[in-house]
Design a protein. Structure first.
Length: 101
């Protein structure tokens, strides 16, 4: 299992554009081979700062998504017009377990 952590700051007044692009990609993402899930979180104290955590079956699936033409188009738009800054980390999950009482 692979985790992709995408931390980013959206330029002021560009949140609507970001979420519009995300909405357009959702259908493509959900049918991507090896995609498991994605969650997005808003930073508690930094303005316009978000973290998106996606889960993938394997590294091959992550590479395929990175090379998806619609995703590339959205990435380029984000880099040019939406993101103030971003950071991407990709990690291999060593252990995954849950507990309950």
């Amino acid at each position: 299992m692979i985790i992709v952590i995408f931390e980013f700051v959206v330029l002021e007044n560009k949140e609507k554009e970001y979420f519009k692009e995300v909405e357009k990609l959702q259908i493509e993402l959900k049918k991507a081979k090896g995609f498991v899930s994605v969650d997005r979180f808003i930073h508690n104290s930094k303005t316009n700062c978000y973290v998106s955590i996606s889960v993938w079956e394997d590294e091959e699936a992550v590479k395929a998504w990175k090379n998806n033409t619609k995703h590339i188009t959205a990435q380029n738009l984000g880099k040019k017009e939406i993101f103030k800054s971003y950071r991407i980390r990709i990690a291999d999950v060593i252990r995954d377990y849950t507990g309950s009482s």
